[in-house]
Structure formats: structure tokens, C-alpha cells
Design a protein. Structure first.
Length: 138
């Protein structure tokens, strides 16, 4: 009986590390980023938790849509308040309204003096749909 108990205990101890939590609690975050009502392609979003911890990232597609990743292959963001950082890539994107009929070489892309609104969000448990608008900075 003592031998059986020892073998069972060793088996249990070896299985325990594989059981349990796979990391912090995350929530899905998706949405759209626009400028003057038009989708932003190639924009980079960083969700930085105000309580500390690993930030989550997203890149907008041609429709301005994004889906946040905590790690490669692991969607989501930590629960709680986040500051949002936004950066445009150098790829072609939204054209300013006054430039829409100009040839591509003469067009202006999203101005550098824009701010993302909102710039702070709350990520709650479950699914979060959070849209952002780029507005001229004051």
C-alpha cells in the first residue's frame, strides 16, 4: 500500500505543472480606427496596462479593423485601464479629403499632428468592441 501511495504521489506531482492557469486573465478587444470617417490601414495600436504588465498590440487592416494580441497566437489584452499608443506606418493609407482627386504623388497622408481618441480605455472581461478616431491635435 505504501508503494502504491508513493507511485500515485509521484504521478500527481508530475501532472500538476501542466494543470492550472495559462497566464493572466485576458479579454478580446476588436474595433476600427478611422480618420475623417475613412478607415486607417497599417496603423499600429499598443494597449499599455496602467496597472503594469505586458502591453498588447494590433495592426489595422485595409478596412481599419484590428484585433488585439497579447502574445503571438494569444489574442486579448489584460483586464483594466489602458493607455493607447498609436503610430502610422509609412504605407499608403487614408488620403486627406481635399486631396482625393489629386494624383497619388501629390496627395497628403494622415497628418502627423493627429491624436487618437479615446487615448485611454477600460478592457472588461469578455469581448470588447472599441473604435478609435484620429482627430487633429490641439
Amino acid at each position: 500500500m505504501k508503494r502504491f501511495f508513493s507511485i500515485a504521489l509521484v504521478g500527481l506531482v508530475t501532472c500538476l505543472p501542466g494543470c492550472g492557469n495559462d497566464g493572466p486573465e485576458l479579454a478580446y478587444v476588436t474595433g476600427v480606427v478611422t480618420y475623417q470617417g475613412k478607415p486607417i490601414e497599417g496603423g499600429s495600436l499598443e494597449f499599455v496596462p496602467q496597472a503594469g504588465g505586458r502591453p498588447s498590440m494590433a495592426i489595422t487592416n485595409a478596412d481599419g479593423e484590428y484585433s488585439v494580441l497579447y502574445l503571438k497566437g494569444k489574442p486579448g489584452a489584460l483586464l483594466g485601464k489602458h493607455k493607447i499608443r498609436f503610430q502610422m506606418s509609412n504605407s499608403p493609407g487614408v488620403v486627406a479629403e481635399e486631396d482625393q482627386f489629386k494624383p497619388p504623388a501629390a496627395r497628403k497622408q494622415v497628418p502627423k499632428n493627429v491624436a487618437l481618441m479615446p487615448n485611454e480605455v477600460e478592457v472588461a472581461s469578455g469581448e470588447n468592441a472599441i473604435d478609435f478616431e484620429l482627430a487633429k491635435a490641439k
